[in-house]
Design a protein around this ligand. Structure first.
Ligand code: HDE
Length: 701
């Protein structure tokens, strides 16, 4: 027994008094003892109840059993798709009233701020998978409007793999880990995915996007978003307009390079989650503009493809995107599980003024999301979880069920009733009314012939890309197909690429060493050549900017104090921030002897974490680092990843050791130490990538 007391007092000393309770919801309340879930104060949180100090544990220990039982049930099923996600709170404001197009309350008044909760995600990987894998990203927004919740459950790519919901389980089974071996995790680069895709010509357009740099975004803050399906806006007169929804990041869309994405998965598998969290915590709030392509039936009829087909997009050059409002994400979740994990999105959560189209993928989704919440969140009352609750009054006669939190009073739980005249009643004027589209048809399982052209838009996408983007698409196909063991699958894919574009086929076949081996594939509808859509190219759209970017500064003791001060000032003036990397995390001192806080030790802060870099060790340290593999890789990778590299005078030996020609290009910039020298570096960093560097090495290959 004396030994018990000793342990207890030791732990007590280590842990402090620990007298805090964390309430069920809301902020932490200081004071008060630790309690069980029944509110019973706990006297000892270090030891279970035993018979004798070295004897068996008593079953009677209700404190132990409650604690362990709760722990055992901490996990709920992860989402079958989009399991890995990160989220934020914010608000949305419309620029001007959209009453001409829709009666949706949140799209009427520019003065009105509608709260939102946004969850970004990958699709294929499990909840613990890496952020930077090649994958589509989910972009789901819940608007808590004054007339109920509207969920815009979209992706960062404007089209999808399949045309009919009935194929979704097949698609997901094909892309997820193969069922016998349980790998690969979060990767499409394996036989079952490409087997399925190569047998589904309708997936060709989406494969082009998935193999493009869109599938390896730099940040959730730097992705476009899309509602994908055609929806309807309906105004107060009941008039309907078709609409496609777009999100545009104010910081500009940007992507990683493949080698960077691969290295980031090891260096920081939470790269996107951390980036979103840090940006918001630092007050650099991510912003997205909401845009719409609004069009009528006549326009739809003239497009040459079916607007109900989710494998097609409407080029902006044909129907422009009009920006209608802005979303600002300004608050991190308080609790990941309660909010990010338990948020329940559903494309069927619409509000008066927004309605569906007959897109067969959307129609199937309208079933799936409600169903999935029942299994994930345990029952029909998931709307009562705080993150899912509407922020407007909610009254009806639905009752009971697992985990019911609300306590509706009174004896009436039905309608019509006369016993509760003040109870909820339907409201034909304010209530949701479905657009009365007239539909006549035979009941059949069929695919409309208007969905049959699978190659034209895939070709349009290829032809809309810049050289680097095309190079990356070829490399991605070659990488993924290179992981496919079955030669016939590779040959079938090459057969499809031939219809998309001969140049694409040639590039991929050459990289695989399979020229002339493409399978013969007969398209149902021969591809057309249509005008390219320059708006699809992220490289072409990129504006020079440093907004939201991070500049990594490799420094040591003795770094030029003036240079560091100027760098900090310049970065912040351009909406960027700097992260200091030094051989040791404990800190560094500048040339004036002032302490510098180090953000990353060299070994754990590789240059893939940053958008541009500055190499600024003291002259003496540069000579030493020139023999250090981590430092050499740091600089070499920054160069390989086409980043702007500013270098302080004296640091040259390190660059030379990394094999960098100091006059390589305008992205390798001497800083000298004088204020004006940063100008050239900032101009290069704003380019985000020095594409000419990649071009030169492509030519050399
Ligand atoms: Fe989803 N999808 N999906 N999806 N989806 C889910 O719902 C489904 C599709 C999308 O952050 C699931 O709550 C079917 C297209 C996002 O919580 C599930 C079909 C688009 C998210 C489901 C599709 C999406 C999901 C899994 C074909 C872009 C994450 C967990 C008919 C427009 C939302 C859940 C979040 C999640 C079904 C196709 C976007 C199983 C059946 C197309 C962003 O219900």
């Amino acid at each position: 027994m004396p030994e018990d007391r000793t342990t207890k007092s030791l732990l007590g000393a280590k842990l402090g008094s620990g007298g805090e309770i964390h309430q069920q919801s809301g902020p932490r309340t200081p004071g008060g003892p630790l309690t069980t879930n029944q509110g019973v104060p706990v006297g000892d949180n270090q030891n279970s109840l035993r018979i004798g100090s070295r004897g068996p544990t008593a079953l009677e220990d209700f404190i132990l059993r409650e604690k362990i039982t709760h722990f055992d049930h901490e996990r709920i099923p992860e989402r079958i798709v989009h399991a890995r996600g990160s989220a934020a709170h914010g608000h949305f404001q419309v620029y001007e009233s959209l009453s001409r197009l829709t009666r949706a309350a949140f799209l009427q008044k520019p003065s009105e701020k509608t709260p939102v909760f946004v969850r970004f995600s990958t699709v294929a990987g499990g909840a613990g998978s890496a952020d930077t894998v090649r994958d589509v990203r989910g972009f789901a927004v819940k608007f808590y409007t004054s007339e109920g919740n509207f969920d815009l459950v979209g992706n960062n790519i404007p089209i999808f793999f399949i045309q009919d919901a009935v194929k979704f389980p097949d698609l997901i089974h094909a892309v997820k880990m193969e069922p016998d071996r349980g790998f690969p995790q979060a990767a499409s680069a394996h036989d079952t995915f490409w087997d399925f895709a190569s047998l589904m010509p309708e997936s060709m357009h989406m494969l082009m996007w998935a193999m493009s740099d869109r599938a390896i975004p730099r940040s959730f803050r730097m992705m476009q978003g899309f509602g994908i399906h055609t929806f309807r806006l309906v105004n107060a007169k009941g008039e309907s307009t078709f609409v496609k929804f777009h999100w545009r990041p104010v910081a500009g869309a940007a992507s990683l390079l493949w080698d960077e994405a691969v290295k980031l998965a090891g260096a920081d598998c939470d790269f996107h989650r951390r980036d979103l969290w840090d940006a918001i915590a630092n007050g650099d709030f991510p912003e997205f503009e909401l845009g719409i392509q609004a069009f009528d039936q006549a326009t739809a009829d003239g497009l040459g493809f079916d607007v109900l087909d989710p494998t097609k997009l409407i080029p902006e050059e044909t129907v422009p995107v009009k920006m209608i409002g802005k979303m600002v994400l300004d608050r991190n979740p308080e609790n990941f599980f309660a909010e990010t994990e338990q948020v329940a999105f559903h494309p069927g959560h619409v509000v008066p003024g927004i309605d569906f189209s007959n897109d067969p993928l959307l129609q199937g989704r309208l079933h799936s999301y409600l169903d999935t919440q029942l299994s994930r969140l345990g029952g029909p009352n998931f709307h009562e979880l705080p993150v899912n609750q509407p922020r407007c009054p909610m009254r009806n006669f639905q009752r009971d069920g697992l985990m019911r939190m609300a306590r509706p009073s009174g004896r009436v739980a039905y309608e019509p009733n006369s016993l509760d005249p003040g109870g909820p009643r339907e409201d034909p004027k304010r209530g949701f009314v479905s657009y009365p589209e007239s539909i006549v048809g035979d009941k059949l399982r069929t695919r409309s012939p208007s969905f049959a052209d699978h190659y034209t838009q895939a070709r349009m996408f290829w032809q809309s890309m810049t050289d680097p983007e095309q190079r990356h698409i070829v490399a991605a196909f070659a990488f993924e197909l290179g992981k496919v063991e079955t030669a016939a699958i590779r040959q079938r894919m090459l057969g499809h690429l031939k219809h998309i574009h001969p140049q694409l086929l040639a590039g991929v076949a050459d990289a695989l060493g399979m020229a002339g081996q493409e399978a013969a594939i007969e398209p149902v509808v021969a591809p057309n050549s249509v005008a390219p859509s320059p708006a699809l190219s992220l490289v072409r759209l990129a504006q020079p900017t440093l907004k939201g970017r991070v500049i990594g500064v490799l420094l040591t003791d003795g770094v030029d104090a003036g240079l560091i001060a100027d760098l900090r000032e310049t970065a912040s003036a351009n909406g960027a921030r700097i992260a200091v990397v030094s051989p040791r995390i404990g800190g560094a001192a500048d040339s004036d002897g002032h302490a510098i806080k180090v953000d990353h030790a060299l070994a754990s802060g590789p240059s893939v974490l940053f958008d541009a870099v500055v190499v600024a060790p003291s002259s003496a340290a540069a000579t030493m680092l020139a023999g250090n593999v981590a430092a050499i890789d740091w600089v070499r990778d920054a160069f390989r990843h086409l980043k702007a590299i500013g270098y302080a005078s004296g640091s040259e030996p390190l660059l030379v050791a990394a094999g960098i020609d100091l006059s390589a290009d305008a992205g390798v910039v001497p800083l000298g130490g004088k204020r004006g020298d940063l100008k050239a570096f900032v101009a290069a960093a704003k380019q985000q990538r020095i594409w000419s560097r990649e071009e030169r090495s492509a030519e050399a290959d």
